[in-house]
Structures are given as C-alpha cells and as structure tokens.
Design a protein around this ligand. Sequence first.
Ligand SMILES: [Zn+2]
Length: 148
Amino acid sequence: MNRPGHIGLALLFLSPFITKFELNNVLIAVALTVSPDIDLLLRIEHRKYTHNITFAILISIIVFMFLKNFWLSFLVFLSILIHILSDLLTIQKFAPLYPFSKKKYALKLFKSNNTAINTAVILLGIASFAYFSNLDFSELFRYLAKLI
Ligand SMILES: [Zn+2]
C-alpha cells in the first residue's frame, strides 16, 4: 500500500479505540503506521528489516520508554502490525517473522500502488475516524490534514 492507504487502514481499525484510549494516543499510533517504510528513506533493503514483528515490538518499546504509556505503545504495535499485514496482501514477498523465520510471504492480491484500493481504504479510514472521533467538520479536517 502507499502512504495514504496505510494511514487509511490504521484509521479504519484504530479509530474505534478513540473512546477508550483518547484521540491523541490513537493519532500518534496512526502516524506511526508508516514507520516501516522508513527503509525507503534509509535506502536499505525494502521490506526486510522494518516489515516484521520484531520491528513492531521494537518501536512499541521505544514509544513506551519515552512516553511511559502502555496503551499507546500497544496501539503503536497494532498500527505497525496493520501496515505489515496490509503489505502482505501485495505483490512483493517479505518475511514478517524476520529474523526468527526468513520465509517470505505475499498474497499477491494487488499492487501496493493500486489507486482504487488505496483510495477506498483512505475514504473508509476517514469515515471511521469521523464516526468515532465525533469531531466537527473543521476540527476533523485539521487533524486529517496533519496526517495525510
Ligand atoms: Zn510497507
């Protein structure tokens, strides 16, 4: 998936947690859903070191060390897991259990830059966020403009 697709999917699945774990915690977790794609910025092998359960746990621990909020670090873990699971639906194989297992998987259902799917997912994510955040339209737009 591309960046808006990942954010949309995280919004879709994490927005229901807003009522329980506060809006800001959910938004931090949603923003960190794109963290596995830092490999593109760092120019290291794509989907090798950052697209696995170990990376999700590591980032969650780092978030916990800095912010001392267990539920936030749990949401960050879920958010990164959502990224990894959604990338598994695409063409490029990778090892989600690296370094414990180097077996690579890909369901090859669509290309990661599929416009229809990424657009549908971001729209669903925005709908989920609008519903669960209960923000008025201008506030909603302000938050979404920061994220997307
Ligand atoms: Zn990715």
